[in-house]
Design a protein around this ligand. Structure first.
Ligand code: ADP
Length: 262
């Protein structure tokens, strides 16, 4: 049972965070972590104070994407310091707490919920313009806990790919948000089109407009389309941030446009 003072602590932490964005996807491999990380970095480069929280217990990707593997947050009696990645981007990941990649993590729902709660309220996030939360795919314990703890003003950003099979996954994510009563900021179509490495033009692979049609059908905003760029894969593998290094590319511009740095 949570006592009153614990709820106070959570409320206090959340009151200092202006916008809470929870990045969801129906299934793995659609680029959710890549999009969450690049959104967070884009916003920070636009001068916003940003927190990036990775609540993927089983496969945290943020430490790898930001070259922060092996970092350990400084822990005090009643708070933890997030890892500072740049002057205005702070990062927390369950990956910082797991001794090694090879350690299989078998935690049940209530344990995960407790951990996620700690990662929100016990982290000294300070005043933030945005907290971007990267959840594991699907609609399981982690996204559910994250949404419930962050409160009804936490907005979902749903990442999908243009293939037809993604429709049902998106529908599940949309229903999930409706059931929890959380607003959906919109849908992002990732890997729509391919940036030709020779000329830089975007070539369609799947029929264009799928994500947009889907958003319209589900009565949800369409936040934009990010093309496939092989440099995104390389950036992820080598641990540098795509939008920071390739800011002139189509995909980086698309990533930068997803969330308006209000
Ligand atoms: P998820 O979090 O949905 O499981 P990831 O963010 O780990 O997905 O991305 C899966 C793979 O797709 C990674 O290798 C990543 O580099 C690649 N990827 C993601 N977005 C793009 C893109 N727009 N262009 C090219 N590759 C991408």
């Amino acid at each position: 049972e949570n006592c009153g003072s614990k709820d106070e602590k959570l409320k206090n932490t959340l009151s200092k965070i202006k916008h809470k964005l929870v990045v969801l996807s129906g299934k793995g491999g659609v680029g959710k972590s890549t999009v969450a990380t690049n959104i967070a970095v884009s916003l920070s480069l636009a001068g916003k104070k940003v927190g990036l929280l990775d609540v993927d217990v089983h496969g945290p990707s943020v430490p790898r994407l930001l070259s922060l593997k092996g970092e350990h947050p400084h822990v005090e009696k009643d708070y933890m310091e997030p890892i500072q990645w740049s002057p205005n981007l702070w990062v927390m990941s369950l990956g910082f707490m797991i001794p090694s990649d090879k350690d299989a993590v078998i935690w049940r729902g209530p344990v995960k919920m407790g951990l996620i709660r700690q990662f929100i309220e016990d982290v000294a996030w300070g005043d933030l313009d945005f907290l971007v939360v990267d959840c594991p795919p699907g609609t399981g314990d982690e996204p559910m806990s994250a949404m419930q703890l962050l409160g009804k003003d936490a907005q979902a950003v749903i990442v999908t790919t243009p293939q037809g099979v993604a429709v049902d996954d998106v529908r599940r994510s949309v229903t999930f948000c409706h059931q929890l009563g959380n607003p959906i900021l919109g849908i992002v179509e990732n890997m729509g089109g391919f940036v030709c490495p020779k000329c830089g033009e975007v070539v369609d692979i799947f029929p264009p407009g799928g994500g947009e049609d889907l958003a319209r059908e589900m009565n949800v905003n369409f936040l934009g389309r990010i093309p496939i760029d092989p440099e995104v894969v390389r950036a992820g593998d080598e641990g540098y941030v795509y939008v920071k290094v390739h800011h002139e590319s189509e995909a980086a511009k698309a990533m930068g446009r997803i969330i308006k740095p209000i």
